[in-house]
Write a protein that binds this ligand. Structure first.
Ligand SMILES: Nc1ncnc2c1ncn2[C@@H]1O[C@H](COP(=O)(O)OP(=O)(O)OP(=O)(O)O)[C@@H](O)[C@H]1O
Ligand SMILES: [Mg+2]
Length: 465
């Protein structure tokens, strides 16, 4: 199937019901074929890949259930809906066990049928998208543990390949939660030192008085409490990589010692005068503005240049929203399998269209870490359900819609990413039109004055959200 019209096969041996329903479905934009028996249905299914089969359960000859089974065998993604007689709950349950997506009991209102169809089609769309996102996770949209399909992340991956192969000192800047540590690990794991240690030290987490000993080690009696001698992180990382997180928090005295260690690859343990030489690659990270600190005189300029041999800034998540769907997919999988009580629904969990829209619109001050936490929470709240909805999201993410759609009329002081801005507006109107038409792409295209093929193209580019 290459076009986006929903092709539906309606199978019922009651001519009046069949033609009336078919006509009304056509009015709603479905492309409808009719069959008056199971036999005829199977013939039509041989010739054409329908998206949906709605079949009466009770028919002389081949019954509805067998039609749906045959259809699903041939087209595994097809949506099968059975029409049961009034009060035959057991049949309905049985049909669902045998692969029908849903059922509707006779006599039914047309709107009930529409409701069942919409629900089943939405579910199918999500499942297909899931498979699509999963396939993206596998290849080009990752570098080690870092995921990203946005342009800035794609160019970062290219840069990282070169950086990883070299031995240069690297400085990674970026807001909290943008992935500085995952990037540092990826550099180590993709470079020649991968078989050696990756040693991480968060300079902000250690009291200044102990930081020097932590970095360079100490000998017995070097300070109160130093009962034995101990290796520092530089020594531990010999031949490997040392990751200095929050490197901007060091005192100027210690900055000088670090500078020497970087320049000469040598240092002394605290309380000792024997010089130790090491071969260590250093990767620094910070979420403070080091250049600004240099200007303010709180960070040594010479150390800054030493660290800054290769440097890059990880963009905040709000500037690369295209990465959100694959990150969501990644975290869904991560938390689905990590729960203590893994429910049966876990592996199939998906995010509803509306919830995804909120996630795409939110500003993410805590970046990827905040997104990770939000998904972990949503997975926990939706135990036993396959669909994560807006109400499973943290409160502050439940009502961001307006903010994304609010039209800007003044050119902001700092300028504007026109292409990105227009894309946001476009995405917003497209989602709204699909919502209003219950997902009918023909009608949605009409509402927007677009050709259906143009709309479909745009949806593809949006990654379907
Ligand atoms: N691009 C990414 N792909 C997959 N996971 C990511 C990505 N970026 C960040 N993460 C995940 O988000 C979380 C936060 O990332 P990380 O600890 O690297 O951030 P950070 O920039 O070091 O933050 P902080 O400044 O607060 O220390 C981690 O669990 C990490 O695995
Ligand atoms: Mg960090």
């Amino acid at each position: 199937m290459t076009d986006s019209t929903t092709h539906l096969l309606f199978v019922d041996d009651e001519p009046a019901l069949r033609s009336v329903t078919a006509e009304r479905l056509a009015e709603r934009g479905f492309e409808v074929a009719q069959a008056d028996s199971g036999e005829q249905a199977l013939e039509l299914l041989e010739q054409f890949a329908f998206d949906v089969v709605v079949a009466d359960l009770r028919m002389p000859g081949i019954d509805g259930m067998r039609v749906i089974e045959a259809a699903r065998e041939r087209y595994p993604g097809i949506v099968g809906i059975v029409i049961t007689g009034y009060g035959t709950v057991k049949d309905a349950v049985d049909a669902i066990k045998r692969g029908a997506a849903d059922f509707i009991a006779k006599p039914f209102q047309f709107d009930e049928l529409m409701h069942v169809l919409r629900k089943a089609l939405e579910q199918r769309r999500l499942t297909q998208e899931n498979a699509y996102l999963r396939s993206q996770l596998e290849e080009r949209y990752r570098f080690g543990g870092i995921l990203g399909r946005s342009r800035p992340m794609q160019s970062l991956f290219q840069l990282l390949e070169t950086v990883a192969a070299s031995n240069s000192t690297v400085l990674i800047q970026g807001e909290t939660g943008t992935g500085k540590e995952v990037v540092a690990r990826a550099i180590h794991l993709n470079g020649p030192r991968r078989a050696q240690r990756f040693v991480a030290l968060n300079c902000a987490a250690i009291p200044e008085t102990l930081l020097e000993a932590e970095l360079f080690g100490h000998v017995r009696g070097a300070f109160t409490g130093a009962v034995g001698s101990r290796q520092g992180r530089f020594e531990q990382a010999h031949k490997g990589t040392l990751f200095l997180d929050e490197v901007g928090t060091m005192s100027t005295g210690l900055q000088m010692k670090l500078l020497r260690a970087l320049q000469e690859r040598e240092f002394e343990r605290v309380g000792d005068n024997q010089t130790i030489k090491v071969d260590v690659r250093v990767i620094g990270a910070t979420n403070s503005d080091l250049a600004g600190m240099v200007r303010a005189g709180t960070f040594r300029e010479d150390l800054y240049y030493r660290l800054n041999v290769i440097s890059f800034e990880l963009p905040p998540l709000r500037d690369r929203r295209e990465d959100i769907p694959i990150l969501v997919q990644h975290f869904l999988e991560k938390f689905a399998t990590s729960g203590a009580v893994a429910a049966e629904t876990d592996g199939r969990r998906q995010v509803s269209q509306l919830a995804m829209r909120q996630l795409m619109a939110y500003a993410w001050p805590g970046n990827v870490r905040q997104l990770e936490n939000a998904i972990e929470r949503a997975v926990a709240l939706s135990v036993g359900r396959t669909l994560i909805d807006v109400t499973d999201l943290p409160h502050e993410m439940q009502s961001t819609q307006e903010q994304s759609a609010a039209p800007v009329t003044e050119l902001p002081e700092q300028g504007l990413d026109l292409v990105g801005y227009l894309a946001t507006i476009e995405r917003d109107f497209i989602t709204r039109s699909l919502d209003r038409t219950g997902g009918n792409r023909n009608k949605a295209a009409e509402l927007l004055g677009l050709k259906r093929t143009t709309l479909v193209e745009k949806l593809k580019r949006m990654g379907s959200y």
